[in-house]
Design a protein around this ligand. Sequence first.
Ligand SMILES: [Zn+2]
Length: 85
Amino acid sequence: MNREYAYNRDRGRCKICGENLRPKFRHCQRLDGTLPLDKINRVPNLAWFCYNCMKIITGGEIPPNINSKMKSKIERYRAKLKVLN
Ligand SMILES: [Zn+2]
């Protein structure tokens, strides 16, 4: 499964905060949701995030106390993210 490949590629850690991902507190996000079906679930289009970071990337507020490294990662993923409306 591609999701598992992406999970191993990311070493089971959140792409933003680097925390170890726990079951039910993680999310495999399709970065570009506008791709055709045969490309949307390819490994390069998948990224794992913890639930907190996923919420931030998909439109939640960036916490004011977040460090600048995490903040720039969040902004990078936000720019990449394309969601079908
Ligand atoms: Zn995270």
